[in-house]
Design a protein around this ligand. Sequence first.
Ligand code: HEC
Length: 217
Amino acid sequence: MRGMRTLLVLALTAASLPAHDVITTKLTYTREISRILAARCLSCHGANSSIALTTYEETRPWAVAIKEQVLSRSMPPWGAVKGFGHFAPDNALSQEELIIISAWVIGGAPKGDPALLPAAKTIAARQPPALTTALTVNTQLRLANPLVLAGVAPLPDATISDAKITATLPTGEIQPIVWLHNYQPAWRSTFRLASALRLPAGTVIEASAPLRFALKR
Ligand code: HEC
């Protein structure tokens, strides 16, 4: 008899809960997800972007879309071919981060304890300092002065299906910088080099297809 009553109570409780409130994961927004988003997504999905992901309330409606985007590796976008040039940090999610995000969404995307949120200054500290534009290149440019190149930002009007950016030093040596592949203008990425390239005057920087891009220092 007692067992029956417990079962009935359980059945009623379950039925009265809307499906999205059934939480089946210990992963939470405040502890795990906010930190992954801060490291990998907020450079583009910050407070003033069209899809802001800076709080639980902003993120929750996008939970299913976030899972789909990260599992299909559509987000974070990258648009560069690996192995040509060396970037830091390569924004791709680790396998562990992918699993954490998926399991959190499937488990009902709970918020968790607000006390576990990372401090705002920790998030800011993880964003590397912004680079500034030294020169803008229209497909090709010969450096009149030496340049310490820290990164490159494409400035296209349309999707770039394929373009390699290289630097040819006065010695004839060719340095790969970035190979763009299916890169979309909306991404506004800066490809930060793992270590800055010291380019002497006379270096020719060029793209293999017509392209405007900024050289950053
Ligand atoms: C380099 C910039 C950049 C980064 C980094 C980035 N995104 Fe995006 N994301 C975009 C842009 C651009 C769009 C297109 C929508 C728009 O106009 O804002 C987008 C769209 C989305 C969408 C909406 C897709 C839809 O259903 O239309 C989701 C969800 C998303 N991003 C999640 C993420 C997550 C999660 C991360 C981190 C793991 C991430 N993004 C990192 C630039 C970025």
